[in-house]
Design a binder for this molecule. Structure first.
Ligand SMILES: Nc1ncnc2c1ncn2[C@@H]1O[C@H](COP(=O)(O)OP(=O)(O)O)[C@@H](O)[C@H]1O
Ligand SMILES: [Mg+2]
Length: 161
């Protein structure tokens, strides 16, 4: 069940990065962020901004496109999963998916979350990005499960960019 939904339009990458900083303020240990959207919709842009705002130095943040999982240490432990190249669900379970997604000590950000929608935890922050034009993206933010109770906090932070 989810009750909190918010929709914004990002007009350029800088606005998407600003959203990432707001989301980073909201996140607590144990949270999962599911990023849904096609290639080029801005998932990595958003994920990297969140990671940076959680205190990871920019030179260390790399695109996880060629590996499924990257781990960072910022304000807390951060796992960045990019499932673009995931061919079989079993690959993910072989990597210990559950240790990432149910890790109470870490924040886990998942790109291409749509590939594993049925295996996402019951509580998570769902963010869907849609390409509108070359520079604008429609972004839906939704708290799923108990996250819907906390997610309105994002609104109070003047999320509307
Ligand atoms: N409003 C926007 N928000 C995010 N990225 C944007 C925006 N407008 C243009 N872009 C560009 O779109 C591309 C998004 O790429 P990326 O973040 O890697 O997407 P994904 O991880 O979803 O494939 C980047 O080249 C970025 O500069
Ligand atoms: Mg990406």
């Amino acid at each position: 069940m989810s009750t909190f939904k918010h929709r914004i339009v990002s007009k350029n990458p800088a606005q998407t990065k600003a959203l990432g900083r707001e989301i980073a303020c909201f996140l607590k240990k144990g949270d999962v962020v599911g990023l849904f959207g096609e290639l080029g919709s801005g998932k990595t842009t958003l994920a990297q901004s969140i990671i940076k705002a959680l205190g990871v130095g920019e030179p260390y943040i790399v695109s996880p496109t060629f590996v499924l999982i990257r781990e960072y240490k910022g304000k807390f432990k951060i796992f960045h999963l990019d499932l673009y190249r995931l061919n079989y669900l079993q690959e993910l379970f072989d990597l210990g998916y559950e240790d990432y997604v149910y890790n109470r000590q870490a924040v886990t950000i998942i790109e291409w979350a749509q590939k594993i929608e049925n295996f996402l935890p019951k509580d998570y922050l769902k963010i869907e990005l849609f390409n509108k034009t070359k520079l604008s993206r429609l972004i839906n933010i939704e708290g799923v499960g108990s996250c819907s109770k906390r997610a309105p906090f994002l609104l109070k932070k003047k999320l509307s960019i």
